[in-house]
Design a protein. Structure first.
Length: 416
């Protein structure tokens, strides 16, 4: 697999990351510690942003460690946003057009990973490109084709959504071709102002990705530059990272096709096969957690089979009236409780991300940042960790009690 590095922040010389450190990107090109193959000598590339909106690009097929021009450029070029990549080919010829990063307009993209069975689904994926995008396809790699698919999926308006939809398209094409989904995606994407990264795999282990503060900015890398220097944190699989000059956010990442499969378990026909309904009379209950959907479904089935509903159907009661009078009132209490627990769950997620150093910018006041600060100072000032933890517990219990009270108050069985 390949190795790559990306930086966003105050301008630094490219050599500070690409060539100078003890485990620089060039060092990783011939001695990677966390890659499938330790040598990445099938070419390299650098994309950097300066005064113009589109990135500069330098790529070649030589091994990165043997190109003196690369070292000279990195010593002279200073940039506040750049991407650098060393390639270990998993498909496609060793040519300059197949070297990362790829650039189109103001966007630059690089990838570490592989689309399984690419040759069997390549034509299907290319057919999804508009003519103007297909004309921009220069090389023969799965990475470049995936980059163009991002534009087809609305990259300029919704970067994360575009990556999720493009990944979903790849997985759907693999399934239609009779292949087991196999897609490893650890990639970086920049538009001149914001840096995005994703770590995802359909199987086995996702290619590694680390994040750390670096001077007056932040750095993302396949492997840490120096394990004893900066505070490198591993980005968990299934994550979408967004770096701005104000800080870093990490959100869950899930290909669109996979999410649709889960949504199919959430979209419920309240009366299932026993009652014929029109499409307009099908009720959709949409939650992120399939667990609550399954619970609601079981509740609906129980109510549907109750004697008073059987009698109502025999008497010819309209379906819409049965749903609004006999079903929905009994679901309100469940939905209220779920909504009440969603808030402390979200706060808890922010605290966890802050605890591992991937939360909100450090200058933002949040429980996650307080917990992260308390973790580092726990031996000297234990209260810095104790109080934020107690506040989180109090918030969780409070929302549970309030939600439980409202749930009980809205349950029709408590008013009989």
């Amino acid at each position: 697999m390949c190795r790559w590095a990306a930086y966003l922040g105050e301008p630094v010389f490219l050599e500070d990351i690409v060539t100078a450190p003890c485990h620089s990107l060039i060092e990783q090109s011939h001695h990677a510690l966390e890659a499938k193959t330790p040598t990445n000598g099938d070419g390299f590339g650098v994309a950097w942003y300066g005064d113009r909106p589109e990135p500069g690009l330098y790529r070649d097929i030589l091994p990165a460690w043997s190109d003196p021009n690369l070292k000279s450029l990195c010593r002279q070029i200073s940039s506040g946003l750049f991407l650098a990549h060393v390639r270990a080919s998993t498909g496609g010829a060793t040519s300059r057009l197949n070297c990362h990063p790829f650039a189109l307009g103001r966007f630059a993209f690089m990838h570490n990973g592989q689309i399984g069975g690419f040759e069997k689904i390549r034509r299907t994926l290319e057919a999804g490109l508009a003519d103007d995008l297909y004309d921009r396809l220069e090389g023969g790699t799965d990475s470049e084709l995936f980059f163009l698919l991002l534009f087809a999926e609305g990259l300029e308006q919704d970067p994360q959504g575009a990556v999720e939809r493009a990944a979903g398209r790849v997985i759907a094409a693999q399934r239609r071709a009779g292949l087991e989904p196999s897609f490893k995606l650890t990639a970086a994407l920049a538009d001149g102002a914001v840096l995005h990264a994703v770590r995802f795999t359909t199987h086995a282990a996702a290619p590694t990705l680390y994040a750390s503060a670096f001077g007056e900015g932040r750095c993302l890398m396949s492997e840490p530059l120096d394990r004893e220097g900066c505070d490198w944190q591993a980005v968990p699989p299934g994550s979408f990272v967004t770096l701005t000059r104000q800080g870093m956010t990490v959100r869950p990442f899930e290909p669109a096709s996979e999410r649709k499969i889960k949504d199919a378990a959430v979209y419920m026909n309240l009366w299932l096969a026993k009652i014929e309904t029109k499409p307009s009379e099908t009720v959709r209950v949409d939650f992120n957690d399939p667990g609550i959907a399954r619970f609601v479904r079981n509740k609906v089935i129980t109510i549907r089979d109750a004697e008073y509903n059987v009698a109502s159907r025999c008497l010819g009661t309209p379906l819409r009236r049965m749903i609004t009078r006999n079903v929905l009132p009994y679901l309100v209490s469940i939905l209220i409780m779920e909504a009440a627990l969603t808030i402390p769950y979200s706060i808890g997620s922010e605290v966890f991300l802050g605890f591992i150093g991937l939360g909100l910018p450090i200058e933002t006041v949040s429980l996650g940042n307080l917990v992260n600060l308390g973790k580092n100072n726990f031996m000297l000032y234990p209260y810095q960790l104790t109080w934020p933890t107690l506040v989180l517990a109090a918030i969780t219990v409070s929302f549970y009690i309030v939600g439980n009270r409202f749930s009980d108050a809205s349950d029709p069985r408590n008013h009989v």
